[in-house]
Design a binder for this molecule. Structure first.
Ligand code: ATP
Ligand code: MG
Length: 442
């Protein structure tokens, strides 16, 4: 028994090899074992055909996940395992799945269809590696290298371009020179890849520790599916606030934000409206009046195009729209913004503003960064104290307003909002009797 391999995986490898087939751990789990990190799933490849695999596990629960593609999922006590017959792949004409796969009897042919050398290593139960493309060496040097000719591999499946960048961002590896060149040269292949597949890779890329390095080096790849980024990548900004161009500022803002998808997406898109809003005054200073609203609109289109879910899209759009608002350091402003955005989005907005500031000329903005911290503390106090900042916190409701003689209809909402406004400003306490007495007689 190997302590670093789960019992279920060992059991499957033993069952298949015991029945006379070859079987190995392969792909991401071997890569992660060699890197010394914990694999999150354990894929197995085997010389057994799918029906032969099924026969080996007769009586066990199995799922015919992708029988056509050679994959059988075996449910072991410690989880599901995908067992895939050695295969080569046909072309990806719909860019989702290969048009067909051909089962083969040779491990090396199966390894050769895989994307990068680090993902093309098989490991047997005895711990011996089958590593025909030098993947272990590339892992040691931190290199992402295509198996075979990079351009050809990217032509077969354009998604591999995004996978290369995703692995670069998450593992902190560099793209080997020819692979990097092919990523640039073949980027138009992404036009043939389904938006959902690009989306999944982009999200992982953005959450990677080294996302900034990848964004800095490969903006051309992102422009392929988000052409609206292009003017931002080349944007120059001559203002006292900025010491960097649009793209370097964007990358720094992404790097300065926590590894949270909403925040990283927001930072990536927060200034997307700037290029179309740029004007230069007589002193040669650039201005970007209206860029948050223009950016929100563009961000909305971009996130739709890449099939983001509504919740993610709406939140990012909101944060882009408000990323530049000035929130005075006053309790009543904090209450107003808490009410307008809700607590979750409010605190996200503070993070967005902090990350935005970190990407600017630090000396100029450090005062603002301290203010953001004050706003955060104030907002936490408002919430802990149970202060009123939205209609649902108000100690009167629509029924009370009706009972006080206001006719049913839009008037009721107007009266409530007016009361809330006065409470937010601090003109009225949020006390029921006083609020009831303040309902206008209509
Ligand atoms: P992760 O840690 O994200 O799961 P992974 O390497 O396991 O990384 P998967 O998408 O789970 O990635 O794929 C499993 C294996 O299948 C990969 O290691 C690689 O060998 C192969 N593979 C996956 N996608 C492709 C692709 N588009 N082209 C070629 N080989 C691929
Ligand atoms: Mg995997």
């Amino acid at each position: 028994m190997r302590p670093d391999i789960p019992a279920g995986a060992q059991h499957i490898l033993e069952a298949l090899t015991g029945a006379g087939y070859e079987a190995y751990l392969v792909g991401g789990c071997v890569r992660d074992l060699l890197r010394g990190t914990e694999p999150h799933d354990w894929d197995i490849c085997t010389s057994a055909r799918p029906e032969e695999t099924e026969a080996c596990f007769a009586g066990r629960q199995i799922v015919e996940t992708g029988l056509k593609h050679g994959t059988v999922t075996v449910l072991e006590e410690d989880g599901p395992y995908e067992v895939t017959t050695y295969r080569t792949e046909g072309p990806y004409s719909d860019s989702r799945r290969p048009d067909y796969v051909r089962f083969v009897s040779d491990l090396e042919a199966d390894l050769a269809r895989r994307d990068f050398t680090m993902n093309a290593i098989a490991m047997g139960l005895d711990g011996r590696l089958h590593d025909p493309f030098g993947g272990a060496e590339d892992i040691r040097s931190g290199l992402i290298r295509c198996v075979g000719q990079p351009v050809r591999r990217f032509q077969e499946d354009g998604l591999r371009i995004m996978r290369a960048l995703r692995f670069g961002a998450t593992l902190g590896y560099e793209l080997e020179e020819n692979t990097a060149q092919a990523v640039h040269d073949s980027r138009s292949m992404l036009g043939r890849v389904a938006a959902e597949r690009i989306n999944a890779e982009l999200c992982q890329l953005l959450l990677g520790d080294q996302a900034g390095i990848i964004l800095r080096r490969y903006p051309d790849v992102l422009c392929q599916f988000w052409p609206d980024l292009e003017p931002l990548v080349t944007l120059e900004q001559n203002t006292p606030w900025h010491c960097w161009g649009g793209w370097e500022h964007t990358v720094r803002a992404v790097e300065a934000s926590p590894a949270d998808l909403i925040l990283r997406l927001t930072m990536l898109l927060h200034d997307i409206g700037k290029p179309s809003c740029k004007s230069t005054d007589e002193k040669g200073i650039d201005h970007f009046y209206g860029h948050p609203a223009a950016g929100a609109q563009l961000a909305d289109q971009m996130l739709r195009a890449l099939k983001f879910d509504n919740r993610t899209r709406e939140r990012v759009v909101t944060l882009v729209e408000y990323h530049d608002v000035q929130i005075p350091c006053l309790e009543r402003s904090v209450r107003r913004w808490l009410g307008r955005l809700g607590p979750e989005a409010f605190f996200q907005l503070l993070e967005v503003k902090r990350a935005d500031g970190m990407g600017q000329a630090y000396e100029k903005v450090k005062g603002r960064l301290a203010e953001l911290e004050k706003l955060r503390v104030m907002a936490e106090e408002v919430i802990v104290q149970g202060q009123c900042f939205s209609l649902k916190d108000l100690n009167v409701n629509g029924r009370d307003v009706l009972a006080a003689g206001v006719p049913a209809g839009p008037q009721v909402g107007r009266v409530l909002n007016d009361l809330l406004e006065r409470v937010l400003r601090g003109e009225l306490p949020n006390e029921r009797d006083i609020l009831l007495a303040s309902i206008p007689k209509i």
